[in-house]
Design a protein around this ligand. Sequence first.
Ligand SMILES: [Zn+2]
Length: 254
Amino acid sequence: MEIKEMRGLILYNRNYREDDKLVKIFTETAGKRMFFIKHASKSKLSSVIQPLTQANFLVKLNDVGLSYIHDYHDANLYKVINEDIFVLSYATYLVALADAAIIDNQPDPHLFAFLVKTLELMNEGLDYEILTNIFEVQILERFGAQLNFHECVFCHRVGQRFDFSYQYSGLLCPKHYDKDLKRSQLDPNVPYLLDKFQSVQFDELRTISVKPEMKQKLRHFIDGIYDNYVGIQLKSKKFIDDLSKWGDVMRKDS
Ligand SMILES: [Zn+2]
């Protein structure tokens, strides 16, 4: 087997037998792979297999069964993310979401780049809730949901006071509200921001600023979209939901 070098992000690791570990890595060029680490506690790899660590790995890949890590260099731990339980819980959720969105062994360098860039911006201190929303909106396509937050599904008019129709999987302008009497009524800024999030460039992210009340409305609407179109229950998402319940109290005390 030939040794290949590739950039990778640790998704998770788990114990295997006595002192061995299985490590799931999202690699840039070979997709998600499971690696076997023998005698993990004594291995030179022990520090580089923690979740959210990024490095260049020298690996031996098996298409069937486990792969092996020979060595690594240029490891990068997201220090700021790891030091704040709020940022860490959101970053953990994004990684779990990316894990759920793609199947093993299939390269997705675009998603890899997007995930790594989002984590880097979180680590730089940009708004982690908004970065999470942007990631959630852009990764919807990977789950098979192609939603348009730009125009009315019937007349394609833009810039209206839109509501959202689950029945038609899209926006309704006031002229077409009556097509779906069970439509979700929205704060006009919700579809406006989601439309922006869908096509946002990384350079623009530094200038996006959203008030807490609007963040709550976005969170609520995106949760509805995920319940309807994605339907996965991630432990890391439940953790965020619980965190937000007592998080404000904790922040005030600290
Ligand atoms: Zn219309």
